[in-house]
Design a protein around this ligand. Structure first.
Ligand code: ADP
Ligand code: MG
Length: 711
């Protein structure tokens, strides 16, 4: 990889030296830009606004010079279309050759600020048909440009937002940025009421813990299902699973350690603060957690992490699987989205304060979040859904599909006291709430009391939203979180701004929010059946699949919420709902076709070959007068399963064909879920049983045992 990486210096010095080396960071800008231009850029980063054309030219030149000095030949507007991954189209820094045949490395402010990729091949969910196919990418100054090093050399990547000709968002970044702005406005309103006159900005902080699997490249390449769908569509469980719990936090294998080292170094160079790494629960499963950053940069960095994980694996003759459920019967992968709210003066609004007044603000913020999560549970659930995550949520290894909040024993006790106190006037004395909670317990200590089954857990000074899938972008989850909390803040601020008795009104609001939304609090075992029943009794939604969750985007409540804060128009929401159905149908279709191919051309021929050989053996044995009881028994068993698999294959073919003719995209998605999915299961079952009966030497591809235990 990078040449200067070979000088092995150890420990933290090394990190300090390489960290951010490939980032056009604020400090690099300060060094390389004229002071005035730098100050303008800085102001836009902090407060928003637009750079003039002249200034953009200056920045573009400095950026290009910096990139070219480091070996870059190309630049790209790096964006996040609704495919969930990133997109890039590279252009060389090159001008048309002059008469002497010379060319120059050039890059203008215009090219920096705006790009015009053809949008027609990205999902637009109908927005495209009504408008032009043209899409625009615009530079996001708040996420630094970086140099990506791959086999294509060094490419200058400029983080951008991606919109249609008429300004509709076609990506994940645009709504996220809009939601951060809305939350900033509403948070400032709230903290001003509590006397904070100095903070100028409130930003959601996000740390996303990323789980992944690493498997051997050669084995991966022998499995069409892994290649085409990212998960195994067949496979009997290995004799050993994760029941011994010997992998979690276990010693990291040498090969994996070398991978992690390269991955970390690449991420550090890209300015990604990768911090924690460990083995996860399942064999071959690992986790990487960076230090938290603002939600926009954290989202971009999570994309960079996922991309680097895949790229670095190739250099180590491995493949990185980011799918939520690559293997049946062992844990899948998720992404814990840790979220808090921080002022530019360094105050975390989710941190209980030292004074009673601070604590009152904390309790109001907390009550607002509970309300937001309860009122918009369906949207939060939707924001964490993707096709692969359907295998995970509610499957006793990840949070259930029911959204609830875990507060921890102490905080729950505080909530109980607050709900049970009388009206405010009796309980306010000298501006302090007399609720028994004028000083809050040290909640950080309490955070060690963990509930791994909760989808939304308070962990001392942040919330951990645990539903997001490992392959998914964290943008949607944070967009929804930011927006619903902005709404709750806006409602209480509206009331408080008009209140004569501030203290009493705050108390009433806290109590009202907590009382009305207490049902969302749950500290028990989220995996238990009793919780499913209890949640139904409480009226909490239990949305089982991605496509059932999709309609949450266009309910009246969602449309008015997003319109009110300028996050999404109704058309943008409808387009996102439609893309969900489209993506679902396409994904299941690919999976079905892959199964048809593997069963038809690999599994059944191998099984038939085996049964043919058995038959020949039986004939020879019978001729020799030897008993063939065992052989005949095996042959019968195998023949029966082959027959079952063959019928299931025919059925799956027919249903997949039928699905392709369903016109309405929503109906089509549901047809895939309700008809094609079960047919896939019906084909898998006899095939997995056959795997356990057929001569291993004849099995056409590596098994779970080969992949997970002989890596
Ligand atoms: P835990 O053990 O509670 O999961 P860690 O300290 O390992 O906590 O952090 C997990 C993730 O949460 C990391 O990415 C970390 O940077 C992030 N995190 C820590 N504090 C905050 C915070 N205040 N806001 C957002 N994310 C945070
Ligand atoms: Mg955690």
């Amino acid at each position: 990889m990078d040449d200067n990486r070979n000088t092995e210096t150890s420990g933290s010095n090394n990190i300090e030296r390489i960290f951010g080396e490939n980032v056009f960071s604020p400090s690099t800008m300060r060094e390389r830009l004229p002071k005035q231009v730098y100050q303008k850029v800085r102001k836009i980063i902090d407060e928003g606004g637009e750079l003039s054309r002249g200034d953009a030219d200056v920045v573009a030149k400095a950026m290009k010079d910096w990139a070219v000095e480091r070996g870059a030949t190309h630049f790209t507007h790096w964006f996040q279309p609704l495919t969930g991954i990133t997109a890039e189209k590279h252009d060389a820094f090159i001008t048309a050759p002059d008469e002497d045949g010379h060319t120059m490395a050039e890059f203008s402010g215009k090219e920096l600020v705006m790009g015009e990729p053809d949008a027609s091949s990205f999902p637009s969910g109908g927005l495209r048909s009504t408008f032009e196919a043209r899409g625009y990418t615009t530079w996001d100054l708040t996420s630094p440009a970086f140099l990506k090093h791959s086999s294509a050399g060094y490419t200058l990547c400029i983080p951008t937002a991606f919109c249609s000709y008429t300004g509709e968002a076609l990506d994940k970044k645009t709504p996220l940025l809009r939601s951060m702005e809305a939350l900033n406005t509403q948070s400032l309103r709230l903290i001003r009421l509590f006397g904070d006159k100095t903070s100028r900005k409130v930003t959601p902080s996000v740390g996303a813990e990323q789980e992944y699997f690493l498997v051997d490249r050669d084995k991966y390449q022998k499995r069409p299902d892994l290649i085409f769908t990212g998960r195994t569509l067949f496979g009997a469980p290995a004799p050993k699973g994760q029941e011994m719990e010997d992998h979690y936090f276990g010693v990291i294998r040498e090969g994996v350690g070398a991978y992690m080292k390269d991955l970390n170094e690449e991420l550090w160079e890209l300015g990604v603060p990768a911090r924690t790494q460990h083995n996860e629960v399942a064999p071959c499963q690992h986790e990487l957690a960076p230090i938290y950053e603002n939600a926009n940069v954290a989202t971009d960095h999570n994309q960079i992490i996922m991309e680097a994980m895949k790229r670095v694996a190739i250099h180590h003759d491995m493949r990185c699987l980011l799918h939520e459920k690559p293997f049946a019967c062992v844990n899948g992968s998720g992404k814990h989205n840790n979220w808090s709210l921080t002022t530019d003066t360094g105050i975390n609004l989710l941190e209980p304060g030292d004074t009673p007044e601070d604590n009152v603000q904390f309790l109001l913020v907390l009550s607002c979040i509970l309300k937001a999560v309860d009122v918009h549970a369906d949207l939060l659930r939707q924001s964490a859904s993707d096709v692969g995550n359907d295998f995970r949520l509610g499957e006793n290894e990840a949070p259930p599909a029911i959204v609830s909040v875990f507060l921890g024993e102490q905080l729950e006790d505080v909530v109980k006291q607050l709900i049970e106190t009388g009206n405010a006037s009796k309980h306010i004395q000298g501006g302090v709430l007399r609720t028994g909670v004028s000083t809050l317990p040290d909640l950080k200590k309490d955070a060690t009391d963990r509930n791994r089954t909760s989808p939304f857990a308070f962990t001392g000074n942040k919330f951990e939203f645990r539903m997001v899938g490992s392959a998914d972008s964290i943008a949607s989850a944070n967009t929804v979180l930011n927006t619903i909390v902005a709404e709750a803040f806006s409602e209480v601020s509206g009331i408080l701004e008009k209140a004569d008795d501030f203290g009493g009104t705050v108390h009433d609001l806290i109590k009202k929010n907590l009382t009305e939304h207490r049902r969302i609090i749950f500290s028990g075992n989220g995996y238990s059946d009793t919780w499913i029943k209890e949640a139904a009794r409480r009226g909490l939604p239990n949305i089982k699949s991605t496509i059932e969750a999709a309609s949450a985007l266009t309910t009246d409540s969602a449309v008015s919420l997003f319109a009110c804060f300028g996050i999404f128009t109704k058309a943008e929401l409808a387009s996102r709902e439609e893309i969900t159905y489209e993506t679902y149908a396409k994904t299941i279709n690919i999976e079905a076709l892959t199964m048809i191919d593997m069963a038809g051309r690999q599994i059944l021929p191998a099984c038939m070959h085996y049964s043919g050989r058995l038959a020949t053996t039986i004939n020879a044995m019978a001729t020799a007068g030897v008993s063939t009881a065992a052989e005949s028994g095996r042959l019968n068993e195998v023949a029966t399963l082959i027959n079952e698999a063959d019928n299931a294959l025919t059925n799956l073919r027919a249903l997949d064909e039928q699905a392709s003719h369903v016109e309405d995209v929503k109906k089509q998605a549901f047809f895939y879920k309700d008809s094609v999915n079960p047919a896939m299961g019906a084909l898998r079952k006899p095939c997995d049983q056959l795997e356990l009966l057929v001569d291993k030497a004849m099995w056409p591809f590596p098994t779970y045992e080969d992949i997970l235990f002989n890596a």
